[in-house]
Design a protein around this ligand. Structure first.
Ligand code: NAG
Length: 340
């Protein structure tokens, strides 16, 4: 929120608590800072008084996952997406028409770090956002395999790792420059509108003075194709596994080359339920049925302990002379050491 500078501290408190309950938000994506989806959601969030900054890639950066790539060039070697900024300009900068919107010539996860460690502390009136939002992406990001590949996801789990609540959002519409979104019937407006409602509900669900999500948790939202009835599409709590896809390599058009396809039938490994509530439906299937899927994720990838994993570890202990194990660990801090 950009409140007038004449407000006193007390007035600001009143303004925050009584009027708009604005929160501080950092947005990013992998489609680029000129994305129609991104800017539609930004407009809706700022419209209700949230204080929002965007730090998003100068160019399209899909499929980068959590890769953190900082450019080594001080200046852009070519124009940014949609020629919004000319080549030769600095590799990081604000949008020519909105000082809250920044581009950076790096991967989505790099944009999150540059946002947290440079743009916000230096140019915003807050340093640590209450929430990071990534997307809405053009195209869904469904299932555990795609989760690690997606730049939308990568930017979200980078924020979660930095202790900041994050929501990754993916829609089913196609790319559009922000200046071509021409009203409420546009797909980008619909995707943003549905996203906005979900984000608002999540923000309002958090108890006062509490983080918007538990530490180490984030949310993955996937939105099916939308029509006129988009306001009534149900939101279903889902899990990442369940009907999820994984890639296989198939011959490309040029002999000796390969491309990817979705493995069919679906692989059991990517659909094994290991964490969370196994009774929840899979997000892939829920979106295929035309509903909005909402999965909680954590950045703790540690596998559950089972009799089978215990016996595996016992065998390793015998084979390698590994010191440690259960008896060596202290509560809350098991550090297991191997003899060199
Ligand atoms: C980058 O551009 C600025 C002008 O915006 C220029 O002063 C500077 O020399 C350029 N840096 C490089 C490494 O080309």
């Amino acid at each position: 929120m950009r409140f007038p500078s004449i407000l006193t501290g007390a007035a600001i408190t009143l303004f925050f608590s009584g009027v708009c309950n604005g929160v501080n938000i950092l947005m990013s994506n992998d489609d680029g800072f000129g994305s129609g989806n991104l800017r539609q959601l930004y407009d809706m969030l700022t419209g209700v008084g949230h204080n929002v900054y965007i730090v998003a890639p100068a160019l399209q950066q899909s499929g980068q996952g959590g890769r953190v790539d900082f450019t080594t060039e001080a200046n852009l070697t070519g124009p940014t997406q949609y020629n919004l900024v000319a080549g030769g300009a600095p590799s990081i900068g604000a949008d020519p028409i909105d000082s809250h919107i920044w581009y950076y010539n790096g991967t989505p996860a790099a944009c999150i770090f540059v946002g947290l460690d440079y743009v916000l502390p230096k140019f915003a009136d807050f340093a640590v956002p209450d929430l990071v939002l990534t997307g809405p992406n053009y195209g869904t990001n469904l299932g555990p395999f795609v989760w690690t590949l997606s730049g939308t996801a990568g930017a979200a789990y980078a924020a979660t790792a930095r202790s900041i609540p994050a929501i990754a959002i993916s829609g089913s519409n196609t790319a559009v420059p922000y200046y071509e979104v021409d009203g409420p019937d546009h797909d980008a407006h619909r995707v943003a509108s549905v996203s906005f409602k979900i984000v608002e509900a999540i923000i309002k669900s958090s108890p006062p003075k509490h983080s918007i999500l538990p530490l180490g948790y984030g949310i993955n939202v996937n939105i099916p194709p939308l029509d006129d009835n988009h306001e009534s599409v149900p939101v279903v709590q889902t899990r990442m596994t369940g009907g999820a896809e994984v890639d296989e390599a198939v011959p490309g058009k040029t002999p000796g080359t390969f491309t990817w396809a979705n493995l069919s039938p679906r692989a059991a490994g990517v659909n094994q339920c290991l964490n969370g509530d196994c009774d929840l439906p899979g997000e892939t299937e829920v979106v295929a049925a035309g509903k909005i899927a909402l999965s909680l994720y954590t950045v703790d990838y540690t596998a559950p302990t089972t009799p089978r994993t215990n016996s595996l570890m016992q065998r390793l202990t015998k084979l390698t002379g590994w010191t440690g194990g259960k008896e060596g660990g202290k509560k809350g801090g098991h550090s297991r050491r191997w003899r060199a």
